[in-house]
Design a protein around this ligand. Structure first.
Ligand SMILES: [Zn+2]
Length: 179
């Protein structure tokens, strides 16, 4: 909870490095503070739960991947499995073209859907083109919000600068996988 002398009546809440920050006007009484903190924390939780529900499971991801392949890659990219993984801290996703498996980093959970869609399209395109060559990027850019999503992810990476979580090994790609 942070009090701001400049704030008159607005209250803001957000997550910062895993902590919840609530900004309130300095003039609030203790009772007002308690009421607002409770309200804002509840609001944040509702928003996060709503986001988690979309594409929450591996089955949801697989269904979404099929839709995106049909919409943007002429249905040519056909994955065998698409799943969430929690051991990718630096990569957003990876793909093994040989067995047509795709993995998405759990860090994408809670990010806007167009960003998750972009990473799915990126990994799907690797099923058709394993390297990051011109052909690959022309496939990816069939997804209209690719550039915007790339900008979003660059912003996240720039802003996070945080060290890896304790005990986390740097990502290792399995043999034959691309990211
Ligand atoms: Zn790639």
């Amino acid at each position: 909870m942070r009090r701001s002398a400049r704030r008159r009546r607005t209250v803001t809440a957000y997550r910062e490095h895993g902590r919840t920050v609530v900004l309130i006007p300095a003039a609030f009484t203790a009772a007002e503070e308690r009421r607002w903190v409770d309200q804002m924390v509840a609001k944040l939780q509702t928003r996060e739960e709503r986001r988690r529900r979309t594409l929450g499971s591996d089955d949801d991801l697989m269904a979404r991947a099929r839709q995106l392949s049909a919409a943007h890659l002429d249905g040519q990219a056909v994955p065998v499995s698409v799943r969430w993984v929690e051991n990718q801290h630096r990569r957003w996703g990876s793909c093994t073209p040989a067995d047509r498996t795709i993995r998405l980093s759990g860090r994408l959970r809670g990010m806007p859907e167009f960003v998750v869609d972009y990473v799915l399209v990126h990994e799907l395109a690797h099923l058709l083109e394993p390297t990051h060559n011109t052909h690959f990027w022309s496939l990816v850019h069939a997804y209209p919000r690719a550039e915007r999503a790339l900008g979003f992810l660059e912003g996240v990476e720039f802003g996070s600068g945080a060290p890896l979580p304790a005990g986390a090994a740097d990502d290792e790609l399995e043999p034959g996988a691309v990211d």
